[in-house]
Design a protein around this ligand. Structure first.
Ligand SMILES: [Zn+2]
Length: 439
């Protein structure tokens, strides 16, 4: 689990009282503005049984004991009769803590949206909202050319979400422009299809954004291709690797509330970017986001994407390793000609931090869902310092091999012994001796 972006100033833009987020955050199709013909069935909508039933009928046919074959039941639409009814059903599913039912109400035409909505819904099992309302405003419905009658249609609406998590005094809220689509057959009824994004493409990159963020979207589309190449070089990921060949989807959120809500309802920490395996790179972009800042956040989040590609268990490596490597590599990956962060500078920053806050036990920085939440700054700062320390002692290849072992599922202890030739306890002792020498 993890990923969010660096503890830079943007992290803390919102004051403590800020209200946020929403409910069905979803992403809109990377398939873009036009809904196309009948929406693809979402990957997680269970297959309905009608095909099986129809297949049996002919066999029964010939002399047929008519009594044995039940007439095929008419397909039961999984979505609502109107977009507003679908929104009500989404609320019902969320309040019931029922991810499967919620996902039946989502039309995910692209893999990123499917993953994001799956992760959004999965959180309902861990932390169910005590209140939730999804109001639709400005609903407009149009048929889709080439689709028969009313079987296929797309609706747009502004979703206004308001909810409260148990134990929190303040309700939170967010709004965003969204699409709903109606398909035929058992997947029929209206289903939520994420935001109504605008779209810009770059070399191997698709940037989805909302009106008002065109400049940042153009900047992201122009700079991300080179950022990707620099990250691939830093991690020795070949140009023909699946990661390099796969187009990267970026989504730009114009408010903290919207971005947080797109992650899941219970997510309330400040952040400037987010990435999980299989999701798009999500960035907060406001009028205050500078070009330099945009590049740094893109580089940080894309480093996560690259790290996740190193092995099937990459998402299970200690949180501080993931953030530390992203923080270490991002500055040099963000723009051409930027010097990379070397150990002397990283050590000086860490020594300053150690004087002010001490050095946190790395075991306390491992779990995104656990103790590490109380030490977020240390996750990033100490993680970056340790990644720089490993690279200084063992070289780029040593750092990469250590990461690959972790990504393949090795424990921190095993990966450290196997690839760095020392126990993690000894590595940590050596690190502490450099950054917080005993007097
Ligand atoms: Zn991060």
């Amino acid at each position: 689990m993890q990923m969010y972006t660096s503890a830079s100033p943007t992290h803390r833009w919102l004051g403590p009282g800020s209200v946020v987020a929403l409910a069905c955050a979803g992403l809109a199709a990377c398939g873009g503005g036009d809904a196309g013909p009948a929406p693809a069935e979402s990957a997680f909508v269970p297959q309905d049984a009608s095909g099986t039933v129809r297949g049996q009928l002919p066999a029964v046919g010939a002399g047929g004991s008519a009594g044995t074959a039940a007439p095929p039941a008419p397909p039961v639409p999984r979505g609502g009769a109107t977009p507003a009814e679908t929104a009500d059903l989404m609320v019902e599913a969320a309040l019931a803590g029922d991810p499967a039912r919620y996902l039946e109400l989502v039309a995910a035409a692209d893999p990123e949206l499917a993953t994001e909505q799956r992760n959004w819904a999965a959180d309902l099992r861990r932390r169910r909202p005590s209140e939730l309302a999804l109001a639709l405003e400005d609903v407009g419905v149009e048929g889709v050319a080439g689709v028969e009658g009313v079987e296929g249609a797309v609706a747009t609406a502004t979703v206004r979400a308001r909810w409260r998590m148990p134990g929190s005094a303040e309700p939170r809220s967010a709004s965003w422009p969204a699409r709903f689509v109606r398909g035929a057959g058992a997947g029929g009824g209206w289903r939520y299809a994420g935001e109504t994004w605008e779209r810009i493409e770059g070399d191997g990159v698709v940037v989805l954004y909302l009106p008002g963020s065109e400049g940042a979207a153009r900047g992201a589309a122009a700079t991300l291709p080179a950022i990707r190449r620099r990250v691939h070089l830093a991690l020795a990921i070949p140009g023909d690797d699946a990661l390099a060949r796969h187009g990267q989807v970026v989504k730009l959120y114009p408010s903290m509330a919207h971005l947080q809500a797109s992650i899941y309802l219970s997510y309330a920490d400040g952040l400037s970017g987010w990435h999980e395996p299989g999701e798009s790179l999500k960035l907060l972009v406001t009028a205050h986001t500078t070009t330099e800042r945009l590049g740094l956040v893109l580089a940080h989040e894309y480093t996560h994407a690259a790290t996740f590609s190193l092995g099937a268990a990459a998402d299970d490596m200690p949180w501080w390793v993931e953030e530390g490597v992203a923080e270490l590599l991002a500055p040099a990956a963000a723009a051409p000609g930027r010097a990379r962060l070397e150990w002397p500078a990283a050590r000086a920053a860490m020594q300053q931090r150690a004087r002010a806050h001490g050095v946190v036990d790395f075991r306390e920085l491992a779990d995104f869902e656990g103790a590490a939440r109380a030490h977020t700054d240390a996750v990033y700062d100490q993680g970056r310092a340790m990644a720089a320390f490993v690279r200084a002692r063992h070289g780029d290849a040593g750092l990469r091999t250590w990461l690959r072992y972790l990504a393949a599922g090795a424990s921190l202890e095993d990966a450290t012994r196997e690839t760095l030739g020392t126990s993690f306890a000894d590595l940590e002792r050596a690190f502490r001796a450099e950054v917080a020498p005993a007097r």
